[in-house]
Design a protein around this ligand. Structure first.
Ligand code: ADP
Ligand code: ZN
Length: 756
């Protein structure tokens, strides 16, 4: 069943309306609308957006608004299945043809396509251009029509990209065979060279090129020093964050160990690495995608083809190999644009491990070191270290790596939120460097720190380093503090370290300048983590959390019944909104972002029931579903005061309005009309929200109004319980409901008429 777009001419109805109808979203993401407009005007388009930017929407919505079928080319079966599943779950006619289905199934699908039941057809490139497929394509074009081609992961056509696929090369024939059919190419690639290649290879005709920023605003980036506490920090992080996460480790062994340890500590985690059998890998992946487990501990083998949009955190337990790797791996978090956390645990020792691995890079034929490759790898590692140690905005550093300028102060990274205070550590640096000199530049960091702190370590005593003038002069600082200083000196080039696998500290000209007092040393010191203030009270938060858990488990039940991943039913963001706003009627429910017409009908009643049951249990007053007239009318309440607009609210409301205007109290109205006062309050609320002439002062004393109004300004109008909590329960629910209605009426934005 395909939900129909009700306007007879879809182009007349606005694009935002179509977006809400089919996908339930309230607004377009940056760039989407203009791309869609270009596609609807039959232009070629090249879309470059970072992962999670919402590329699919750019061809999916036009496909639904155009006559005929849109062919989508996609390289991986898993990606195809995911997208088709999500579309079908929105009641949209979509299907795929690939090697995973039988010949008979393929035939059935082809005939249903020719019947016009399908708007989006996903195929692998080799099939699209095969001789067997040509007659079908021609028939398709002659009958239902061919609206356009969408080439997903278009960077696969380029040998310069990291994912070159020879099959993609054949796509250049499309233009010759279907010269009039518009093409949209989409990719998340970052390099200019690949972009040019795409245009050329696919023979795009003066394409509209859209390059989105690579800034992933919703990702919070942080770097934490790796220490003995890192494991418990990781556990805390998992306990503080809801939802799924990925933890990347460098080696298979570490993956297995960490996964086992997390399991012991009660975290539902699974391992993923190239050492597991294909079956185990694909099973673990499915369990992760379906939310049967929360955490995937993985090597970088886990990534390509992971389309899970609701990954809430990605932690790197080991250093990534390059900043580009880090960007892509961390970027698997928050594809749904909801806040997500990217944590890098940075241990200086890890860089030694990677350096060791780099030194292993040799030509398998000759055994000679691959110097060029090693050099590049070392440079990439250096960039990762600089990133990790920098006191500057993490986002700025990442984006500058892609040649994009960003002016810092992103407000969503550790360095911007807790700027690292810079301290003058010149005296400490002098102590440290003299100690290196006294030890004759023959020892590594640990030994120097041991000497400074007056350690009785055997190695120190054996060398007689307890008799050095620098022995014990650094007792006032912790070993960690000295290490911070030591690394900072290295990174500022005020000290050198040998790189032959036995790191020894060496002095350079700058070191001597520091010791002679010719140069000051500033060090960024690591502050304590601090949480952003939150306006919600603990109790309200607990409520939201409780309801969220209920909604999650309902989602999981529904998903399991349909054998789909939970995010296909509703995205995390939609559940969060439901938990905060607690919509008690289908009408309110349909206002939640992510609830389109189809899903409202399919899932709405179950979710609304759960929310109502929760509210009842918590003593939050239930709202009437209202009369038929309200339930089925436009979701936007009428804003005008003219009688012409009145049809939207039923007569019963206006009977209440009339009595109110005769100065009767709600209780008196209830008595006179033989209705409950709850119903009357409900009427009043809706009348106020609709902008009818209700004398609010008669119902709620003005000073109470002010207090409640301010509370709503502070915590939003989502949940009555949250508002009441904010005013310390000084007011009952009824006045809060009435003031909220007035607040809503005032803040209502004039929307263009909604056709639904
Ligand atoms: P990409 O292919 O660019 O990585 P997707 O197309 O998978 O990204 O989209 C990422 C997520 O964003 C999906 O869950 C999608 O449903 C959602 N999304 C796309 N457009 C919008 C929008 N306008 N409003 C809200 N969510 C959107
Ligand atoms: Zn920042």
């Amino acid at each position: 069943m395909t939900a129909q777009f009700t306007s007879s001419n879809p182009v007349q109805a606005s694009l935002p309306d179509a977006l809400k109808h089919y996908f339930g979203y309230d607004r377009f993401r940056l760039g989407q609308q203009s791309i869609i407009e270009a596609a609807l005007a039959d232009q070629d388009v090249l879309v470059i957006m970072p992962t999670g930017g919402g590329k699919s929407m750019c061809f999916q919505l036009p496909a639904l608004l155009r006559k005929g079928v849109t062919m989508v080319v996609s390289p991986l079966i898993a990606l195809m299945q995911d997208q088709v599943q999500a579309l079908v779950d929105n009641g949209i006619g979509a299907t795929f043809l690939n090697s995973s289905i039988t010949g008979l199934e393929a035939q059935q699908r082809e005939s249903s396509i020719l019947n016009g039941d399908i708007k989006l057809l996903y195929v692998a490139p080799e099939r699209l251009l095969s001789d067997r497929f040509t007659p079908f394509l021609n028939r398709l074009k002659a009958t239902v029509g061919l609206a356009g081609f969408a080439i997903d992961e278009a960077h696969c056509v380029s040998e310069w990209g990291h994912d070159f696929r020879p099959e993609y090369r054949q796509l250049r024939n499309l233009r010759q065979r279907f010269p009039d059919t518009p093409v949209m190419a989409l990719t998340a690639t970052a390099t200019e060279r690949v972009r040019q290649d795409i245009v050329q290879q696919l023979a795009l005709r003066s394409p509209v090129v859209h390059v989105a920023s690579f800034n992933r605003q919703n990702l919070y980036y942080e770097v934490r020093p790796k220490s003995r506490n890192s494991y418990s920090e990781l556990l805390d992080l998992m306990r503080q964050t809801d939802g799924s996460g990925i933890v990347y480790c460098l080696s298979r062994k570490k993956v297995d160990e960490l996964a086992a340890r997390l399991q012991q500590d009660g975290v539902a985690a699974l391992p993923y690495h190239a050492g597991l059998s294909d079956r185990a890998r694909s099973e673990n992946q499915t369990r992760f995608i379906r939310d049967d487990v929360r955490v995937m501990v993985a090597t970088i083998a886990f990534g390509m083809g992971i389309n899970k949009p609701d990954v809430r955190f990605v932690a790197h337990y080991d250093l990534p190999r390059s900043l580009e790797n880090y960007y892509q791996e961390a970027g698997r978090a928050g594809r749904d644009s909801e806040p997500a956390r990217c944590t890098l645990f940075y241990g200086y020792g890890d860089s030694k491990t990677i350096e060791f691995l780099i030194a292993q890079k040799v030509d398998p034929a000759t055994g000679e070191p691959l110097e060029e490759e090693q050099r590049i790898a070392r440079q990439q590692l250096r960039q990762v270290l600089d990133y990790a140690e920098s006191p500057h905005c993490r986002r700025t550093i990442q984006l500058s790596y892609f040649g994009e300028r960003f002016d810092g102060n992103c407000g969503n990274c550790d360095n911007c939120i807790n700027p690292k205070p810079v301290e003058d550590w010149t005296v400490e640096a002098q102590k440290f460097l003299s100690c290196v000199a006294r030890c004759e530049q023959r020892f590594g960091m640990k030994h120097i720190i041991d000497v400074l702190r007056g350690s009785k370590d055997r190695k120190v005593l054996q060398r007689g380093h307890d008799r050095l003038s620098t022995y014990g002069i650094g007792k006032d600082r912790t070993a960690d503090a000295w290490r911070t200083l030591g690394r900072s000196l290295l990174h500022q080039g005020l000290l050198e370290e040998t790189t032959d696998g036995y790191p020894v500290l060496r002095l350079n000209a700058q070191s001597w300048a520091v010791m002679k007092g010719q140069q000051a040393v500033q060090v960024a010191v690591v502050p304590q983590q601090q949480d952003a203030p939150d306006l919600m009270s603990d109790r309200a938060k607990a409520d939201v959390q409780m309801l969220l858990d209920l909604l999650r488990s309902l989602r999981k039940t529904l998903a399991d019944a349909e054998s789909v991943p939970p995010y296909v039913i509703f995205a995390d963001s939609s559940l969060q909104l439901m938990a905060r706003q607690q919509p008690q009627t289908l009408r309110e429910f349909s206002r939640i972002s992510g609830v389109g017409t189809y899903k409202r009908t399919k899932y709405g009643p179950r979710f609304v029931d759960t929310i109502r049951a929760f509210c009842e249990e918590q003593g939050i007053p239930l709202q009437d579903d209202g009369d038929e007239a309200v339930e089925t009318s436009s979701p936007t309440p009428p804003s005008g005061k003219e009688s012409g607009d009145r049809s939207a609210l039923s007569r019963s409301y206006y009977a209440t309005l009339e009595l109110h205007q005769q100065a009767l109290s709600p209780e008196e109205i209830a008595a006179q009309r033989g209705l409950s006062s709850r119903t009357i309050y409900d009427h009043l609320e809706k009348l106020i929200e609709a902008g009818e002439a209700i004398a609010l002062d008669q119902l709620v004393p003005p000073e109470d109004q002010t207090a409640i109004w301010q509370a709503i300004d502070a915590v939003g109008d989502g949940s009555l319980r949250v508002i009441r909590d904010h005013v310390k329960e000084a007011y009952e629910y009824e006045p809060i409901r009435l003031v909220r209605a007035a607040w809503r009426n005032e803040s209502k934005i004039d929307k263009t008429t909604d056709p639904f």
